[in-house]
Design a protein around this ligand. Structure first.
Ligand code: DC
Length: 206
């Protein structure tokens, strides 16, 4: 691969599947840029919780909004999932993601619709999953470490509600692209999952 050619790794999957960690580490390994597209929807969701109208929030999104405090909370996650079902919100965020995906030098994007809508021509498409219980356990530990007052069943309910909404929406629902490789991380350590993802990217670069 030449240093300037676009090379896109699309990593989709449900909440807390491990796709964020895998994406960050794959990007670092290959020197690619990384975009956590969930953060865009979370930033819009956060503004909506503060009283902004969803489409205005999406159209007016600025880089500093992606660094606002509290974006990782469960409350903002639910708000993100709700605004993500509005086609005009998705439309307002599309151009930035498409340009990022095809930027020179390689990019990893993680989200729900990267392989299906944002970059159907991605050189590598991964769909990362894990059982509901394992995902809830991982997210529970993460939130608890961050000082949040949460229970494991509360986190499980939250993830299931979000996944159901994200999968059922009419526009860009959560689903694997037909040509995506599914990586089920239920019985895997994060290092094993990252190694599997790196091997797939290596194979596609040959
Ligand atoms: O990846 P995450 O859990 O931070 O995403 C938060 C919400 O944003 C998720 O429940 C659905 C929405 N989302 C989306 O619809 N499309 C994306 N590409 C990324 C996230």
């Amino acid at each position: 691969m030449s240093g300037t050619a676009p090379f896109t790794v699309a990593i989709d999957g449900p909440a807390a599947s491990g796709k964020g960690t895998i994406s960050r580490r794959v990007a670092a390994h290959f020197g690619f840029a990384h975009l956590d597209t969930g953060l865009l929807y979370r930033a819009v969701g956060r503004k909506v919780l503060e009283g902004t109208e969803p489409v205005d929030a999406a159209r007016g999104l600025r880089a500093e909004d992606l660094e606002a405090p509290g974006l990782r909370s469960a409350e903002v996650g639910q708000a993100a999932s709700k605004v993500a079902a509005i086609p005009e919100v998705r439309g307002a965020l599309t151009d930035f993601q498409v340009a990022f995906a095809r930027r020179a030098g390689g990019a990893v994007l993680d989200g729900r619709d990267i392989g299906t809508v944002i970059c159907p021509e991605a050189e590598v498409k991964l769909f990362v999953t894990a059982s509901d219980e394992v995902r809830a356990h991982r997210r529970f530990l993460e939130l608890k470490d961050g000082g949040a007052d949460v229970t494991e069943t509360g986190v499980l309910d939250d993830l299931r509600a979000r996944d159901a909404r994200d999968s059922a929406r009419a526009t860009a629902p959560l689903r694997p692209a037909e040509d995506a490789v599914t990586l089920d991380t239920t019985g895997m350590s994060i290092d094993e999952a990252v190694a599997a993802a790196i091997a797939l990217v290596e194979a596609a670069r040959l």
